[in-house]
Every structure is written in structure tokens, then in C-alpha cells.
Ligand binder design. Sequence first.
Ligand code: DAH
Length: 339
Amino acid sequence: MKEKLSLLKTQAKEEILKLNTLQEVEDFRIKYLGKKGLITEISKGMKNLSSEERPVIGQLLNEIREEITNFIESKKEEITKALKEKQLKEEVIDITLSGKKVELGRLHPLTETANLLKKIAMDMGFDVADGPEIELVKYNFDALNIPESHPSRDITDTFYISDEVCLRTQTSPVQVRYMLEKKPPFRMVCVGKVYRPDYDVSHTPMFHQMEGLMVGKDISFANLKAILTTFMEKVFGENTKVRFRPHFFPFTEPSAEMDVECVICKGKGCRVCKNSGWLEIMGCGMVDPEVLKAVGYNPDEVSGFAFGMGIERITMLRHGIDDLRAFFENDTRFLKQFK
Ligand code: DAH
């Protein structure tokens, strides 16, 4: 019996060395220690042994059972460890490889300028309004006191959709819409796209304007000068010199053009300011009584001023850009420059 047992032990030891998978180890366990396993079968034969032999064999059996259990445990451990190592090796990530750089987008310089202008206006108490780009001829021209014969109404200057509808050529119709909806006093600005059939170095068929309007009791040209001067100082820096020149617009009377000292040469004279030292920056004036009447206001009770400027022009001056078309070509190398 003793010999049988030690043979069994040697056999088990040899067998277990050849095992490679957890399933094989389990089969091995069942073969030796299972209910019908080899060791169990032998234990059943114990009852036939003599009372001297029984405890000796019993102890031996226990030892062998324990030993086989130990084999199984350490084999399992060995296999699990090998599996884990294999997995780790397979799933290894080379953290020394540099990652893909995430390119951050940024706001288009025109959007950025528009945001700046709106922010300055809001800080000065202006409401930010909006209006449609497809506009009624009535609001784009008639209500703004622009006569039927005005050249800006020609099909060479305006994109018409029908006799009554066009793509707005200016943001000024938003003044009309705003006044029809609100009661004075108020101050509002509007930034948006406008359209004209032009295309060369300084004109694109779509561009952007900002319109402003302030209406109330006793609003004067002095208010216009004060507010627009402060506004331009906030855009181009404190102590930016400005001047107002008489001009004509059908919707304002009196009208003016506002210049700022050339931001490129600081007034000395350069190519950008055509050696004048000044840059034309916006149109403005006191709202014409005819415009106030067209929206049902009484010009004897309220007055106001209006102004309009090109967003592209201001952006070009802020960044020293000399070709307008660069804004719309979407060359990211151009767009990336502006921080
Ligand atoms: N609408 C004018 C244009 O497109 C700009 C303008 C000038 C707007 C004077 C105004 C203004 O509100 O008062 O050229």
C-alpha cells in the first residue's frame, strides 16, 4: 500500500509538471482528489487494513493529499501569473511615444472685433439688436429717406430678390425696425452681414457693419461726439485723436464722417492713410426728421444720432492687414496669426 501511494505521488508530480492550462489543472484535481479520484478510491480501501496499518496509511494519505493540493495551488499560481504577464506584454502601451497634438481653434478676427465692439457698446449702456439679412426695400431705402433716384438703389449696387425685397446693403434698416418696435429713450447697436455687388482688393460682396442709434429727448450732436470719441478710444486706445468732417447721408442731418489718427503711422503720414495722417472710420449724424417721421416719432419731441462703421476696416487697422480678401479665403495660416 505504501509503495502504491509513493508511486502515485511520483506519478502526480510528473503529471502536473506537464500541465499548461487552468482547465488541465482542474482535470488533474478531479482525477486525484475528486469524489471518484485516485486518492479517494484508495481511502475507501482503508477499511480493509489492519488496525496497526490504518493510522500509518491514513497519515500518509493525508500527507499525499496535502502535497497534491499544494502542487495544484502552486501550478495554478504559476499559470495565472504567466497569463497575466502575457496579457501585460500584449497590451503594453509605449508611453514614450509623443501623442497627437490637439489643435485648438480660435475666433475669426472679424468675429473677435465684432465681439469687442459689442462689448464696448454694452458697457456704455447700448442694447444689442438684430435684423434680417434679407430685407424689405422699404426698410433698406424708403424709410431711411433714400430717394428713388439714389444710385445705391441701382441693380449694380444692390442684390434684389424682387422689387420689394433685397439683401440689405447696410445695417441701417435695423434702426428702422428697432424704432418701429421700441419707444424712446434707447440706445442700440447692431452688428451683421451686408451685401453689395462689388469685388476687388477693398470690396467683397459680403462684409460686416456695425450700426448704432441713440434716441431720446434733447439728444444732441455733443452727445454724438462724446460717445463716439469715447468709443474709439476704447477700440484703439486712450488718447486716440479723432476728428469729425461734414458729410452727407440721406438718413442723417447734419451728417459727418469721423476719422481717427492713423493707427499705423500715428499721424505722420503713410501708405495706409494716404499720407493724410487720418483714417476714415465711420459715418454718423443726427437722425433726419424724415426718418423719425417714417417710424411714427415726433421730431419735435425726440431727437437722436446714428452711426455706422465697417467691421473689416476696423479689424484691418487693429491688426495691420492690408488685403480685405484674406478674411474670407479661410487660409488657416492667415487666421492662426491673431492672438
Ligand atoms: N449706412 C451707411 C453706409 O453703409 C453708414 C452710416 C452712415 C450709418 C451714417 C449711419 C450713419 O447710421 O448715421 O455707408
